[in-house]
Ligand binder design. Sequence first.
Ligand code: NAP
Length: 414
Amino acid sequence: MKKVKYQEPARGEKIQWQEQTLHVPNHPIVPFIEGDGIGPDIWAAARVVLDAAVDKAYGGQREIKWMEIFCGEKAVAAGLAALPEETLEAIREYRVAIKGPLTTPVGGGFRSLNVSLRQILDLYSCVRPIRYYRGTPAPVIHPEKLDVVIFRENTEDVYAGIEWPAGSDAARKLAHFINTELHAAVNPEAGIGLKPITRQNTQRLVAAAIRYALDHNRPSVTLVHKGNIMKYTEGAFRDWGYEAAAQQFGGQTITEKDAAHQYNGKAPQGKVLIKDRIADAMFQQVLLRPDEYSVLATPNLNGDYLSDACAAQVGGLGMAPGANIGDGVALFEATHGTAPKYAGQDKVNPASLLLSGAMLLEHIGWSEAAEMIKAALEKTILSKTVTYDLARQLDGAQEVKCSKFAQTIRENLA
Ligand code: NAP
């Protein structure tokens, strides 16, 4: 397989990670993967706004030096592996990167590049902030009441990809072992997937969620699980989560139970309330009492469902940013996929990738530029100059192309 050597952009410097802290120069090199399908359209649009916001916020003193790295269809077309080793190395080395969506064909033979990136780089927290931008058409009466940040465990659960097809030798062997040695009843003709959940991986995720809540003055962290049914995986997630809160953040957190007994149900000033909810009930709660929730920590599969459901409540996937964060390495990405039917049409909403870029700016401490982008996006949506997905739901909207939408956001930066 061909190899690729990435060229550092001129005048750029590496972000460093020392003593658990990012050190960010004024001209940091940030690798980007353009992505498949609509990726090139939304990346081009997002980049224009990101660059303009940084320039404006810091009077030209700071600038991101983008460095293209390859993955997915573009890598394969260049004769490289779909996920080249050099791409993984670049993300590790430069510490912070951003990507567009990547295609995953359904069915056998092809492992999801997105899941592979998260697992290989051990990006164990999938972080998805979901809030409402005024003017966005939404299906609920009070979309502004939802303002949550979902921390989804990214490396295990049924998403670990440990599974065997029905009728395969491996599935039959495993069924036989389970039936004879462990005295459970598995149909030998079943397809089988495993759901590993560990104390270590649960606790580092929950710790990241609590740290985030403390750093951002968020009032609570809710552990979302289906532990009433899956006791030793999801139930353990809840128990290990409470344990991490008590052991690592004892003085800074209080459980809902203790708050009820000692403080009339309210966490004392400065303490983060730790509570848990069963996953199905949580889906009702985000619709019926969204303002009672702030940071949510979930196992992998629950978090995947819940983040899309929450995103729908505030206007859909086109507005949903995300990040995959490990220790000293972070990869920012839009939550949606490649929407192939719109590829190359300069049509779709770039806000998801743009807001992922704003998360990147916050992550490197450039919050002024991030806030500017969010304000300009809101102003643009309120002016009803929007892409097709929002225009079709908004009376009197002017539908514009992806690039024009970005240009308008850029003009609204203040
Ligand atoms: P999708 O690409 O997310 O698209 C589903 C629908 O969501 C689109 O048809 C469109 O709805 C809407 N949508 C998505 N992005 C939008 C945007 N930027 N602006 C406006 N609307 C947007 O889901 P999919 O069609 O199921 O998946 C396609 C491919 O993407 C698959 O190969 C999948 O594996 C991959 N994927 C990748 C990632 C990732 O890279 N992280 C995530 C998910 C899926 P309308 O049709 O209603 O206009």
